[in-house]
Design a protein around this ligand. Sequence first.
Ligand code: LLP
Length: 433
Amino acid sequence: MSIGVFFPLGLYSVFLIMDYFRYRNKELYCEQIQVKTLAKLYQTPLYIYSARSIREHYHRLKNAFPQTLICYSVKANSNLSICRLLSDLKCGFDVVSAGELYRVLKIGADTSKTVFAGVGKTREEIVYALKNEILLFNTESIDEIETINQCAKALKKIACIGLRINPDVSAHTHRYITTATDETKFGVSINEAKIIIKNIHHFPAIRLVALQMHIGSQITSVLPYLKAIRKIVPLIWIARKEGHFLRYLDIGGGFGIYYKAREAKPASKFAEKVLPIIKKLGLSLIIEPGRFIVGNAGIIVTKIIRTKQIASRYFIICDAGMNTLIRPALYDAYHKIAPISIRQRVKKIRADIVGPICESADFFAINRLIQDVNKNEYLSLFSAGAYGYSMTSNYNSRTKPAEVLVDGRTHRLISRAETYKDLIRLEEHGPST
Ligand code: LLP
Protein backbone atom coordinates (compact mmCIF):
# COMPACT_ATOMS: atom_id res chain seq x y z
CA MET A 1 0.00 0.00 0.00
CA SER A 2 1.18 3.49 -0.61
CA ILE A 3 2.35 4.48 2.82
CA GLY A 4 1.23 8.01 1.97
CA VAL A 5 -2.16 6.85 3.16
CA PHE A 6 -0.92 6.50 6.70
CA PHE A 7 2.00 8.87 6.84
CA PRO A 8 2.45 12.37 5.50
CA LEU A 9 4.09 12.24 2.09
CA GLY A 10 7.72 13.06 2.52
CA LEU A 11 11.03 11.92 1.17
CA TYR A 12 10.63 8.62 2.95
CA SER A 13 7.32 7.67 1.46
CA VAL A 14 8.50 8.59 -2.03
CA PHE A 15 11.39 6.20 -1.47
CA LEU A 16 9.26 3.48 -0.07
CA ILE A 17 6.22 3.33 -2.29
CA MET A 18 6.81 -0.16 -3.50
CA ASP A 19 3.50 -1.39 -4.77
CA TYR A 20 0.29 -0.58 -6.54
CA PHE A 21 -2.26 -1.00 -3.77
CA ARG A 22 -3.60 2.52 -3.39
CA TYR A 23 -6.72 4.19 -2.06
CA ARG A 24 -8.71 6.31 -4.52
CA ASN A 25 -11.80 8.05 -3.21
CA LYS A 26 -11.42 5.94 -0.08
CA GLU A 27 -11.65 2.67 -2.00
CA LEU A 28 -8.66 0.34 -2.23
CA TYR A 29 -7.43 -0.45 -5.73
CA CYS A 30 -4.91 -2.93 -7.00
CA GLU A 31 -3.50 -1.16 -10.05
CA GLN A 32 -6.66 -0.19 -12.02
CA ILE A 33 -9.02 -2.66 -10.37
CA GLN A 34 -11.14 -1.99 -7.32
CA VAL A 35 -10.36 -4.60 -4.68
CA LYS A 36 -14.03 -4.86 -3.70
CA THR A 37 -14.91 -5.99 -7.24
CA LEU A 38 -12.39 -8.82 -6.94
CA ALA A 39 -13.59 -9.80 -3.46
CA LYS A 40 -17.16 -10.12 -4.74
CA LEU A 41 -16.18 -11.92 -7.91
CA TYR A 42 -13.73 -14.44 -6.46
CA GLN A 43 -15.01 -14.65 -2.86
CA THR A 44 -12.88 -14.37 0.26
CA PRO A 45 -10.40 -15.02 1.69
CA LEU A 46 -8.53 -14.02 -1.44
CA TYR A 47 -4.89 -13.39 -2.29
CA ILE A 48 -4.45 -10.53 -4.77
CA TYR A 49 -1.10 -9.78 -6.42
CA SER A 50 -0.02 -6.83 -8.54
CA ALA A 51 2.01 -7.87 -11.58
CA ARG A 52 3.28 -4.34 -12.00
CA SER A 53 4.66 -4.31 -8.45
CA ILE A 54 6.43 -7.62 -8.99
CA ARG A 55 8.02 -6.37 -12.22
CA GLU A 56 9.00 -3.12 -10.60
CA HIS A 57 10.68 -4.82 -7.63
CA TYR A 58 12.57 -7.10 -9.97
CA HIS A 59 13.72 -4.13 -12.06
CA ARG A 60 14.78 -2.22 -8.97
CA LEU A 61 17.07 -5.09 -8.06
CA LYS A 62 18.25 -5.54 -11.63
CA ASN A 63 19.08 -1.84 -11.91
CA ALA A 64 20.84 -1.79 -8.55
CA PHE A 65 22.72 -5.04 -9.25
CA PRO A 66 23.53 -5.06 -12.97
CA GLN A 67 25.49 -8.07 -14.24
CA THR A 68 24.20 -10.07 -11.30
CA LEU A 69 22.34 -13.33 -11.61
CA ILE A 70 19.06 -12.84 -9.75
CA CYS A 71 17.65 -16.17 -8.61
CA TYR A 72 14.13 -15.62 -7.28
CA SER A 73 13.60 -17.66 -4.15
CA VAL A 74 10.61 -19.81 -5.12
CA LYS A 75 9.65 -20.57 -1.50
CA ALA A 76 8.47 -16.97 -1.02
CA ASN A 77 5.63 -17.47 -3.49
CA SER A 78 5.72 -20.49 -5.72
CA ASN A 79 2.63 -19.88 -7.85
CA LEU A 80 3.35 -20.90 -11.45
CA SER A 81 2.05 -17.63 -12.92
CA ILE A 82 4.31 -15.59 -10.66
CA CYS A 83 7.31 -17.76 -11.50
CA ARG A 84 6.41 -17.45 -15.20
CA LEU A 85 6.17 -13.66 -14.92
CA LEU A 86 9.67 -13.58 -13.46
CA SER A 87 11.10 -16.07 -15.88
CA ASP A 88 9.77 -13.87 -18.72
CA LEU A 89 11.97 -11.13 -17.25
CA LYS A 90 14.95 -13.51 -17.55
CA CYS A 91 15.10 -14.11 -13.81
CA GLY A 92 16.74 -17.28 -12.49
CA PHE A 93 15.45 -19.36 -9.57
CA ASP A 94 16.57 -20.52 -6.14
CA VAL A 95 14.88 -23.80 -5.22
CA VAL A 96 14.98 -25.88 -2.05
CA SER A 97 13.26 -29.07 -3.13
CA ALA A 98 12.54 -31.23 -6.13
CA GLY A 99 8.99 -29.93 -5.89
CA GLU A 100 10.17 -26.36 -6.43
CA LEU A 101 12.40 -27.50 -9.28
CA TYR A 102 9.37 -29.24 -10.80
CA ARG A 103 7.61 -25.88 -10.81
CA VAL A 104 10.57 -24.23 -12.55
CA LEU A 105 10.53 -26.99 -15.17
CA LYS A 106 6.74 -26.74 -15.57
CA ILE A 107 6.99 -23.11 -16.68
CA GLY A 108 9.78 -23.99 -19.11
CA ALA A 109 12.31 -21.76 -17.35
CA ASP A 110 16.01 -21.88 -18.06
CA THR A 111 17.42 -24.34 -15.50
CA SER A 112 20.93 -23.14 -16.21
CA LYS A 113 19.95 -20.18 -14.01
CA THR A 114 18.65 -22.35 -11.16
CA VAL A 115 20.49 -22.87 -7.88
CA PHE A 116 19.45 -25.59 -5.43
CA ALA A 117 19.76 -24.95 -1.67
CA GLY A 118 18.84 -26.86 1.48
CA VAL A 119 20.42 -28.97 4.21
CA GLY A 120 18.43 -32.09 3.44
CA LYS A 121 18.63 -32.77 -0.28
CA THR A 122 17.93 -36.44 -0.88
CA ARG A 123 19.67 -38.65 -3.43
CA GLU A 124 16.49 -38.60 -5.57
CA GLU A 125 16.37 -34.82 -5.51
CA ILE A 126 20.05 -34.59 -6.44
CA VAL A 127 19.60 -36.95 -9.40
CA TYR A 128 16.53 -35.03 -10.55
CA ALA A 129 18.47 -31.75 -10.45
CA LEU A 130 21.52 -33.23 -12.20
CA LYS A 131 19.37 -34.64 -14.99
CA ASN A 132 17.80 -31.23 -15.44
CA GLU A 133 21.15 -29.45 -15.70
CA ILE A 134 20.81 -26.85 -12.97
CA LEU A 135 23.54 -24.23 -12.55
CA LEU A 136 24.74 -25.42 -9.14
CA PHE A 137 23.92 -27.02 -5.80
CA ASN A 138 24.53 -24.85 -2.76
CA THR A 139 25.91 -27.53 -0.46
CA GLU A 140 25.92 -27.54 3.30
CA SER A 141 27.95 -30.55 4.47
CA ILE A 142 30.67 -32.95 3.43
CA ASP A 143 28.15 -35.79 3.44
CA GLU A 144 25.99 -33.92 0.93
CA ILE A 145 29.00 -33.26 -1.32
CA GLU A 146 29.89 -36.94 -1.16
CA THR A 147 26.34 -37.92 -2.17
CA ILE A 148 26.30 -35.42 -5.04
CA ASN A 149 29.66 -36.81 -6.19
CA GLN A 150 28.28 -40.37 -6.22
CA CYS A 151 25.13 -39.33 -8.12
CA ALA A 152 27.08 -37.30 -10.67
CA LYS A 153 29.56 -40.13 -11.22
CA ALA A 154 26.73 -42.59 -11.84
CA LEU A 155 25.21 -40.22 -14.38
CA LYS A 156 28.63 -39.49 -15.92
CA LYS A 157 28.21 -35.81 -15.19
CA ILE A 158 30.19 -33.14 -13.42
CA ALA A 159 28.24 -31.38 -10.65
CA CYS A 160 28.94 -27.71 -9.99
CA ILE A 161 28.61 -26.75 -6.36
CA GLY A 162 28.69 -23.73 -4.12
CA LEU A 163 29.70 -24.15 -0.50
CA ARG A 164 27.34 -22.46 1.93
CA ILE A 165 29.29 -20.74 4.65
CA ASN A 166 27.78 -20.00 8.02
CA PRO A 167 29.73 -16.85 8.89
CA ASP A 168 28.28 -16.61 12.40
CA VAL A 169 26.86 -13.10 12.11
CA SER A 170 23.57 -11.92 13.49
CA ALA A 171 21.23 -10.39 10.96
CA HIS A 172 19.18 -8.68 13.72
CA THR A 173 15.96 -10.17 12.53
CA HIS A 174 13.45 -12.61 14.08
CA ARG A 175 15.05 -15.64 15.76
CA TYR A 176 13.18 -18.01 13.42
CA ILE A 177 14.46 -16.31 10.26
CA THR A 178 18.07 -15.87 11.37
CA THR A 179 20.15 -18.38 9.46
CA ALA A 180 23.82 -17.58 9.89
CA THR A 181 24.74 -17.88 13.51
CA ASP A 182 26.51 -20.94 14.78
CA GLU A 183 23.38 -22.03 16.62
CA THR A 184 21.54 -22.64 13.34
CA LYS A 185 21.70 -25.75 11.18
CA PHE A 186 22.72 -23.95 8.01
CA GLY A 187 25.98 -24.10 6.08
CA VAL A 188 29.42 -24.99 7.35
CA SER A 189 31.59 -22.98 9.74
CA ILE A 190 34.57 -21.02 8.44
CA ASN A 191 36.96 -23.61 9.91
CA GLU A 192 35.09 -26.54 8.45
CA ALA A 193 34.95 -24.73 5.10
CA LYS A 194 38.75 -24.54 5.04
CA ILE A 195 38.96 -28.31 5.49
CA ILE A 196 36.28 -29.03 2.88
CA ILE A 197 37.88 -26.70 0.32
CA LYS A 198 41.19 -28.52 0.75
CA ASN A 199 39.54 -31.93 0.35
CA ILE A 200 37.22 -31.37 -2.58
CA HIS A 201 39.90 -32.85 -4.88
CA HIS A 202 38.87 -36.24 -3.51
CA PHE A 203 35.53 -35.90 -5.31
CA PRO A 204 36.28 -36.16 -9.01
CA ALA A 205 32.73 -35.41 -10.18
CA ILE A 206 32.53 -32.15 -8.19
CA ARG A 207 33.59 -28.65 -9.26
CA LEU A 208 33.60 -25.98 -6.58
CA VAL A 209 32.47 -22.85 -8.44
CA ALA A 210 30.90 -20.70 -5.73
CA LEU A 211 30.90 -19.70 -2.13
CA GLN A 212 27.48 -18.92 -0.78
CA MET A 213 25.84 -17.43 2.29
CA HIS A 214 22.29 -16.61 3.31
CA ILE A 215 22.29 -14.78 6.59
CA GLY A 216 18.58 -14.40 7.24
CA SER A 217 15.42 -12.78 6.03
CA GLN A 218 13.79 -9.33 6.34
CA ILE A 219 17.20 -7.71 6.84
CA THR A 220 17.08 -3.94 6.80
CA SER A 221 20.75 -3.11 7.32
CA VAL A 222 23.65 -3.61 4.94
CA LEU A 223 26.08 -4.18 7.78
CA PRO A 224 25.46 -7.91 8.42
CA TYR A 225 26.03 -8.58 4.71
CA LEU A 226 29.34 -6.71 4.82
CA LYS A 227 30.43 -8.43 8.01
CA ALA A 228 29.62 -11.84 6.51
CA ILE A 229 31.31 -11.15 3.18
CA ARG A 230 34.45 -9.97 5.00
CA LYS A 231 34.55 -13.28 6.86
CA ILE A 232 34.19 -15.21 3.61
CA VAL A 233 36.86 -13.35 1.61
CA PRO A 234 39.86 -15.29 3.07
CA LEU A 235 38.13 -18.52 1.97
CA ILE A 236 38.07 -17.26 -1.61
CA TRP A 237 41.86 -16.91 -1.55
CA ILE A 238 42.25 -20.35 0.01
CA ALA A 239 40.00 -21.87 -2.68
CA ARG A 240 42.02 -20.23 -5.43
CA LYS A 241 45.28 -21.36 -3.88
CA GLU A 242 43.89 -24.90 -3.86
CA GLY A 243 43.28 -24.60 -7.61
CA HIS A 244 39.50 -24.17 -7.61
CA PHE A 245 38.17 -21.95 -10.36
CA LEU A 246 35.63 -19.93 -8.39
CA ARG A 247 33.17 -18.02 -10.53
CA TYR A 248 30.50 -16.79 -8.14
CA LEU A 249 29.88 -15.30 -4.76
CA ASP A 250 26.25 -15.96 -3.85
CA ILE A 251 25.12 -13.70 -1.01
CA GLY A 252 21.65 -15.27 -0.72
CA GLY A 253 18.47 -13.29 -0.19
CA GLY A 254 17.13 -11.47 2.83
CA PHE A 255 16.56 -7.92 1.59
CA GLY A 256 13.85 -6.41 3.76
CA ILE A 257 10.56 -4.88 2.71
CA TYR A 258 8.16 -2.64 4.60
CA TYR A 259 5.52 -4.05 6.87
CA LYS A 260 5.03 -1.03 9.12
CA ALA A 261 6.62 2.01 7.57
CA ARG A 262 10.27 2.72 7.22
CA GLU A 263 12.03 -0.57 7.51
CA ALA A 264 12.66 -1.24 3.81
CA LYS A 265 15.87 0.01 2.22
CA PRO A 266 16.17 0.74 -1.49
CA ALA A 267 18.06 -2.04 -3.25
CA SER A 268 20.70 0.49 -4.27
CA LYS A 269 21.71 0.92 -0.61
CA PHE A 270 22.74 -2.73 -0.49
CA ALA A 271 24.27 -2.67 -3.97
CA GLU A 272 26.47 0.38 -3.47
CA LYS A 273 28.27 -1.28 -0.56
CA VAL A 274 28.38 -4.85 -1.85
CA LEU A 275 29.26 -4.39 -5.53
CA PRO A 276 32.68 -2.73 -5.07
CA ILE A 277 33.79 -5.69 -2.91
CA ILE A 278 32.61 -8.23 -5.48
CA LYS A 279 34.35 -6.32 -8.26
CA LYS A 280 37.65 -6.41 -6.38
CA LEU A 281 37.29 -10.14 -5.87
CA GLY A 282 36.87 -10.74 -9.61
CA LEU A 283 33.73 -12.85 -9.10
CA SER A 284 30.20 -12.73 -10.47
CA LEU A 285 27.47 -12.06 -7.97
CA ILE A 286 24.37 -14.17 -7.39
CA ILE A 287 21.50 -12.95 -5.21
CA GLU A 288 18.47 -14.98 -4.11
CA PRO A 289 15.71 -12.51 -3.23
CA GLY A 290 12.24 -13.74 -2.41
CA ARG A 291 10.42 -11.33 -0.12
CA PHE A 292 11.83 -8.21 -1.83
CA ILE A 293 10.21 -9.17 -5.12
CA VAL A 294 6.80 -10.40 -4.00
CA GLY A 295 6.27 -9.33 -0.37
CA ASN A 296 4.73 -5.92 -0.92
CA ALA A 297 3.11 -7.07 -4.16
CA GLY A 298 0.35 -9.06 -2.49
CA ILE A 299 -2.55 -8.60 -0.10
CA ILE A 300 -5.18 -10.84 1.45
CA VAL A 301 -8.77 -9.70 1.42
CA THR A 302 -10.86 -11.14 4.18
CA LYS A 303 -14.51 -10.68 5.12
CA ILE A 304 -15.57 -9.98 8.68
CA ILE A 305 -17.80 -12.80 9.85
CA ARG A 306 -18.79 -11.15 13.08
CA THR A 307 -17.48 -9.07 15.98
CA LYS A 308 -17.71 -9.93 19.65
CA GLN A 309 -16.73 -8.63 23.04
CA ILE A 310 -15.40 -10.70 25.92
CA ALA A 311 -14.86 -8.71 29.10
CA SER A 312 -12.62 -5.84 28.07
CA ARG A 313 -11.49 -7.32 24.75
CA TYR A 314 -13.13 -6.65 21.42
CA PHE A 315 -12.66 -9.20 18.63
CA ILE A 316 -13.04 -8.84 14.88
CA ILE A 317 -13.47 -12.37 13.51
CA CYS A 318 -12.44 -12.83 9.88
CA ASP A 319 -12.92 -15.59 7.33
CA ALA A 320 -9.12 -15.79 6.93
CA GLY A 321 -7.12 -17.41 9.72
CA MET A 322 -3.68 -18.68 10.59
CA ASN A 323 -4.27 -21.31 7.90
CA THR A 324 -4.39 -18.42 5.37
CA LEU A 325 -1.50 -16.37 6.81
CA ILE A 326 0.59 -17.93 9.54
CA ARG A 327 3.22 -15.19 9.92
CA PRO A 328 1.62 -13.36 12.89
CA ALA A 329 1.10 -16.65 14.77
CA LEU A 330 4.53 -18.05 13.96
CA TYR A 331 6.78 -14.99 14.15
CA ASP A 332 4.58 -12.44 15.84
CA ALA A 333 4.87 -10.66 12.49
CA TYR A 334 3.24 -7.30 11.95
CA HIS A 335 0.95 -6.87 8.95
CA LYS A 336 -0.80 -3.59 8.30
CA ILE A 337 -4.58 -4.11 8.28
CA ALA A 338 -7.18 -1.70 6.95
CA PRO A 339 -10.71 -1.80 5.57
CA ILE A 340 -10.84 -1.85 1.78
CA SER A 341 -13.44 0.94 1.97
CA ILE A 342 -12.56 3.79 4.27
CA ARG A 343 -15.64 5.39 5.81
CA GLN A 344 -15.62 9.04 6.71
CA ARG A 345 -15.71 10.22 10.30
CA VAL A 346 -15.87 6.75 11.80
CA LYS A 347 -14.37 6.39 15.25
CA LYS A 348 -11.29 4.27 15.75
CA ILE A 349 -11.42 1.32 18.08
CA ARG A 350 -8.93 -1.14 19.55
CA ALA A 351 -9.51 -4.74 18.54
CA ASP A 352 -7.96 -8.16 18.27
CA ILE A 353 -8.26 -9.19 14.63
CA VAL A 354 -8.56 -12.95 14.58
CA GLY A 355 -9.50 -15.93 12.41
CA PRO A 356 -11.94 -18.81 12.84
CA ILE A 357 -9.33 -21.46 13.78
CA CYS A 358 -9.49 -23.18 17.16
CA GLU A 359 -6.18 -21.87 18.47
CA SER A 360 -5.40 -18.82 20.55
CA ALA A 361 -2.48 -18.12 18.20
CA ASP A 362 -4.98 -17.60 15.40
CA PHE A 363 -4.63 -13.82 15.21
CA PHE A 364 -3.49 -11.20 12.73
CA ALA A 365 -3.22 -8.36 15.23
CA ILE A 366 -3.68 -7.83 18.95
CA ASN A 367 -5.09 -4.64 20.40
CA ARG A 368 -4.80 -2.88 17.04
CA LEU A 369 -6.18 0.59 16.44
CA ILE A 370 -8.53 0.34 13.47
CA GLN A 371 -11.55 2.10 11.98
CA ASP A 372 -14.70 0.64 13.55
CA VAL A 373 -15.91 -2.02 11.14
CA ASN A 374 -19.03 -4.14 10.83
CA LYS A 375 -19.95 -7.66 9.95
CA ASN A 376 -19.65 -8.37 6.18
CA GLU A 377 -17.16 -5.55 5.55
CA TYR A 378 -13.83 -6.44 4.03
CA LEU A 379 -10.34 -5.96 5.46
CA SER A 380 -7.04 -6.04 3.64
CA LEU A 381 -3.96 -7.65 5.19
CA PHE A 382 -1.06 -5.91 3.48
CA SER A 383 2.45 -7.13 2.55
CA ALA A 384 1.22 -10.71 2.24
CA GLY A 385 2.82 -11.59 -1.11
CA ALA A 386 5.79 -13.44 0.41
CA TYR A 387 5.49 -16.45 2.72
CA GLY A 388 1.74 -16.01 2.65
CA TYR A 389 0.11 -18.49 0.31
CA SER A 390 3.24 -20.68 0.28
CA MET A 391 2.76 -21.27 4.02
CA THR A 392 -1.00 -21.85 3.95
CA SER A 393 -2.40 -25.05 5.37
CA ASN A 394 -5.65 -26.97 5.59
CA TYR A 395 -5.70 -26.91 9.38
CA ASN A 396 -9.22 -27.29 10.77
CA SER A 397 -10.08 -28.65 7.29
CA ARG A 398 -10.31 -25.17 5.90
CA THR A 399 -9.93 -24.84 2.15
CA LYS A 400 -7.09 -22.80 0.67
CA PRO A 401 -8.08 -19.46 -0.86
CA ALA A 402 -7.91 -18.43 -4.50
CA GLU A 403 -5.07 -16.30 -5.87
CA VAL A 404 -5.64 -13.56 -8.43
CA LEU A 405 -3.07 -11.66 -10.46
CA VAL A 406 -3.92 -8.11 -11.51
CA ASP A 407 -2.10 -6.51 -14.41
CA GLY A 408 -3.28 -2.99 -15.21
CA ARG A 409 -6.98 -3.27 -16.01
CA THR A 410 -7.01 -7.06 -16.24
CA HIS A 411 -7.24 -9.73 -13.59
CA ARG A 412 -6.76 -13.47 -13.80
CA LEU A 413 -7.33 -16.39 -11.45
CA ILE A 414 -3.89 -17.97 -10.97
CA SER A 415 -4.99 -20.62 -8.52
CA ARG A 416 -8.58 -21.47 -7.77
CA ALA A 417 -9.97 -21.79 -4.27
CA GLU A 418 -9.98 -25.32 -2.97
CA THR A 419 -13.25 -27.22 -2.62
CA TYR A 420 -14.22 -29.73 0.07
CA LYS A 421 -13.43 -32.43 -2.47
CA ASP A 422 -9.86 -31.09 -2.72
CA LEU A 423 -9.56 -31.45 1.03
CA ILE A 424 -9.95 -35.22 0.88
CA ARG A 425 -8.54 -35.96 -2.56
CA LEU A 426 -5.55 -37.89 -1.20
CA GLU A 427 -7.42 -39.80 1.45
CA GLU A 428 -9.36 -43.04 1.65
CA HIS A 429 -11.90 -43.78 4.34
CA GLY A 430 -11.52 -47.55 3.84
CA PRO A 431 -14.13 -50.17 4.72
CA SER A 432 -16.08 -49.72 7.91
CA THR A 433 -14.79 -51.89 10.73
N1 LLP B 1 18.03 -18.15 -0.12
C1 LLP B 1 17.94 -19.06 0.87
C2 LLP B 1 18.96 -20.10 0.97
C3 LLP B 1 16.90 -19.00 1.80
O1 LLP B 1 16.83 -19.90 2.79
C4 LLP B 1 15.92 -17.98 1.69
C5 LLP B 1 14.82 -17.88 2.64
C6 LLP B 1 16.04 -17.06 0.62
C7 LLP B 1 17.12 -17.16 -0.26
C8 LLP B 1 15.06 -15.95 0.42
O2 LLP B 1 15.03 -15.06 1.47
P1 LLP B 1 14.22 -13.68 1.35
O3 LLP B 1 14.86 -12.82 0.28
O4 LLP B 1 12.83 -14.00 0.99
O5 LLP B 1 14.34 -13.06 2.69
N2 LLP B 1 8.91 -17.77 6.36
C9 LLP B 1 9.70 -16.66 6.81
C10 LLP B 1 10.93 -16.44 5.93
C11 LLP B 1 11.80 -17.64 5.81
C12 LLP B 1 12.94 -17.45 4.86
C13 LLP B 1 13.59 -18.75 4.56
N3 LLP B 1 14.68 -18.64 3.65
C14 LLP B 1 8.81 -15.43 6.91
O6 LLP B 1 7.62 -15.53 6.67
O7 LLP B 1 9.30 -14.34 7.29
